[in-house]
Design a protein around this ligand. Structure first.
Ligand SMILES: C[S@@+](CC[C@H](N)C(=O)[O-])C[C@H]1O[C@@H](n2cnc3c(N)ncnc32)[C@H](O)[C@@H]1O
Length: 240
């Protein structure tokens, strides 16, 4: 049950939005005025300390034409178009997000690409959309900087749900924060940012993403750290 005040609950942009989004990230992801100002490549570039392109490549490099791809949440800038463009008209690109304004922005960006679908759903609950052959399989499932923004229980639900959709040969990709090396000055900036703005992010400094999976042993986990440990990409495949 949402704890949003009645004035917000009757605002369509807040309807059904989880409490952690309105309590912690209202200005960043829910309020349409802020979202309009923030949805640009430059914002992503600055937030990621100029590492945006190399982090996006950790995801985009795994997409091939004709793939079925599920991206769990909208990302500011042009990442969704670039991913959908790589999939191309012989594949399918499904974008989910839990917030109405993000669905609006994602739909606008992808409206010229009929092989895409934008679906309002909590990433932990998305049932998936059946392929033409009737199977409900994805070749690539990507969480791009989503995990650090959700509470611990939601992290577990999202990871388990992603992995439940992972067939042999498919990849789940996590690109997110990590525990920066002590010599990395960004570490001390992020400590402040996490303290004041990102209460769920520190957990990724202390825990491996695999620790959120109920059956981690059924999967191969390939982790790479980037930019002095500030970021990580983790590629997960199901063991045969
Ligand atoms: C991907 S994350 C952060 C991305 C990155 N910081 C950026 O530049 O956009 C932000 C998105 O996650 C969405 N989100 C938060 N919780 C979610 C959930 N449980 N399921 C799906 N989307 C969610 C938010 O609505 C928001 O659009």
């Amino acid at each position: 049950m949402s704890k949003n005040p009645p004035a917000l609950a009757s605002n369509p942009y807040y309807e059904g939005v989880p409490d952690y989004m309105t309590e912690v990230y209202d200005w960043a992801y829910v309020d349409p005025n802020w979202v309009k100002a923030l949805d640009r490549n430059l914002v992503v570039r600055v937030l990621l300390f100029l590492n945006d392109q190399r982090l996006m490549r950790r995801y985009l490099a795994h997409i091939q034409p004709g793939h079925r791809v599920w991206q769990l949440a909208h990302v500011y800038g042009d990442l969704v178009q670039r991913a959908a463009d790589k999939v191309g008209p012989t594949g399918e690109f499904h974008l989910t997000d839990v917030t109405p304004i993000q669905i609006e922005h994602g739909s606008e960006k992808l409206k010229q690409m009929p092989w895409t679908r934008v679906i309002r759903s909590d990433a932990a609950e998305f049932a998936g959309i059946a392929a033409h052959d009737g199977t409900n399989r994805y070749d690539v499932i990507c969480s791009f900087f989503l995990l650090h923004e959700v509470p611990e229980q939601k992290k577990r639900e999202i990871v388990d749900h992603m992995l439940s959709k992972l067939t042999v040969g498919a990849k789940a990709i996590f690109v997110d924060y990590h525990n920066p090396k002590r010599w990395q000055p960004i570490r001390y900036i992020l400590k402040l940012v996490n303290h004041y703005l990102e209460p769920f992010a520190n957990a990724l400094w202390d825990k491996e993403i695999s620790s959120y999976a109920s059956h981690a042993e059924q999967f191969n986990w390939e982790k790479e750290t980037i930019f002095g440990g500030v970021y990580q990409s983790v590629i997960v495949t199901r063991k045969p």
